[in-house]
Design a protein around this ligand. Structure first.
Ligand code: NAD
Ligand code: DAU
Length: 363
């Protein structure tokens, strides 16, 4: 947004806009009613859900500014067509679940690395068109990355210039994608910015991830599979704060820079599970200690003073965000019960069948 209230990038191409964080970004930008037009490209994988954009569809003024394209970011034809009409590209599209990357890494390379390459090439074509006067300026490219690229951080807080030491197929693919994006800034002078967000939570979060899995299982009095000793630490960031920070970096970030987006709410998994069960009024006896995730990162923590210096502050207090999230899952059971059917049952069996069979009571 500029000082006059008009958007800096009136036409956005948002990839992965039917997923958890991408759909929040789309809903929040369109709800500002500042005239921004958004094209979403989303492959609608098991994690994508067109219904995540239902609040936009319900408002004629907003829905008139949304174009939804069911497509793959690794498909050059689709991407080229819509990049040609965009002032900026915000790439949320990814395979995003660490456990699935351990079961089946290849899809992660295709989307999180090759897909980023295809998007960057489309921006480079647009840069060339700008050079010959066929458009005003090349699109800005924002790559949404993750704190997991730093690897497990036993003490202290990762800073943007720290070494990247990803340890899972997911985080390695994400590191590949963001390094590629950075290389297009260095090599071709493309306008690239990168964000690295911490563990995000909130409404519309796919039930494969810790918080929504445990909340939805607990609602049904199902077992809660806690990996290992449950003392792994994550830094929790509310989804609207994460999406807002990405929008802030899009508008104000320095070209070529990377920005950590921290939540500053570090908790052990046990602390999270305790808080969820308390809010739901469910017993700890639902929790089962199961075989750990292979290569499980023990802790993530980031310093986000660079983003603070850019003028961004999170607004959601953790206890309030967590309570609102649990309440959303209680009130939106059709949304997650639909997802927890079909493909889900095979995945659940593959991921948790043997683990739960060999589990023990978690003390
Ligand atoms: P998500 O899995 O909920 O959503 C991903 C979306 O991308 C889905 O809508 C899916 O259909 C779409 N998609 C997947 N492959 C695609 C392809 N080839 N082409 C087009 N669309 C495709 O993920 P999320 O949690 O919303 O994460 C969004 C981004 O933020 C990802 O890049 C992720 O790495 C990053 N991130 C997530 C977190 C978190 O805690 N969730 C934290 C930091 C960074
Ligand atoms: O840190 C940012 C990352 O956060 C994002 O880049 C990823 O896209 C996102 O999925 C998330 O990754 P994590 O692996 O940290 O999230 P997940 O919800 O899978 O797990 C959180 C913690 O809970 C982790 O220590 C593993 C543990 N866990 C998870 C599941 C699904 C369990 O103990 N049991 C479970 O069943």
């Amino acid at each position: 947004m500029t000082e006059t209230g008009t958007p800096r990038f009136p036409r956005l191409l948002v990839t992965g806009g039917a997923g958890f964080i991408g759909s929040c970004f789309v809903r929040d930008v369109l709800a500002r009613k500042d005239g921004t037009n958004i094209t979403v490209i989303d492959k609608l994988t098991y994690a994508g859900n067109r219904a995540n954009l239902a609040p936009v569809d319900a408002d004629p003024e907003q829905s008139a500014r949304l174009r939804f394209v069911a497509g793959d970011i690794a498909d050059q034809t689709v991407v080229a067509r819509f990049a040609a009409e965009a002032d900026a590209v915000v790439n949320f599209a990814a395979e995003s679940h660490v456990d699935r990357s351990i079961l089946d890494p290849e899809a992660f390379l295709r989307t999180d690395v090759l897909g980023v390459h295809i998007l960057l090439e489309a921006c480079r074509t647009e840069q060339e068109r700008a050079r010959v006067g066929a458009r005003a300026a090349a699109p800005r490219f924002l790559q949404v990355s993750t704190d997991e690229v730093y690897g497990s951080v036993e003490t202290g807080e990762s800073r943007e210039d720290d070494r990247l030491e990803p340890r899972s197929p997911y985080s390695s693919a994400k590191a590949g994608g963001e390094l590629l994006a950075r290389s297009y800034f260095v090599t071709y002078g493309l306008d690239v910015v990168i964000t690295r967000g911490s563990n995000t939570y909130g409404p519309y979060h796919h039930p494969e991830k810790l918080i929504p899995l445990f909340v939805t299982n607990a609602i049904d009095d199902q077992q809660l599979p806690l990996y290992g000793d449950g003392l792994q630490r994550r830094d929790w960031l509310y989804v609207a704060d994460h999406a807002g920070a990405i929008g802030h970096v899009l508008d104000h970030g320095v070209s070529g820079e990377t920005y950590n987006v921290a939540g500053n709410n570090e908790r052990t998994n046990r602390e999270i599970v305790t808080a969820l069960l308390e809010h739901l009024g469910k017993p700890w006896s639902l929790v089962r200690q199961v075989a750990d995730r292979p290569g499980h990162d023990r802790r993530y923590a980031m310093d986000s003073s660079r983003l603070a210096a850019l003028g961004w502050t999170n607004t959601m207090p953790f206890a309030q965000g967590l309570a609102a999230t649990v309440d959303w899952y209680i009130q939106n059971q059709d949304w997650w019960r639909g997802i927890k059917s079909g493909e889900w049952k095979d995945y659940y069996q593959r991921q948790y069948g043997a683990r739960l069979a060999g589990s023990r009571e978690a003390r």
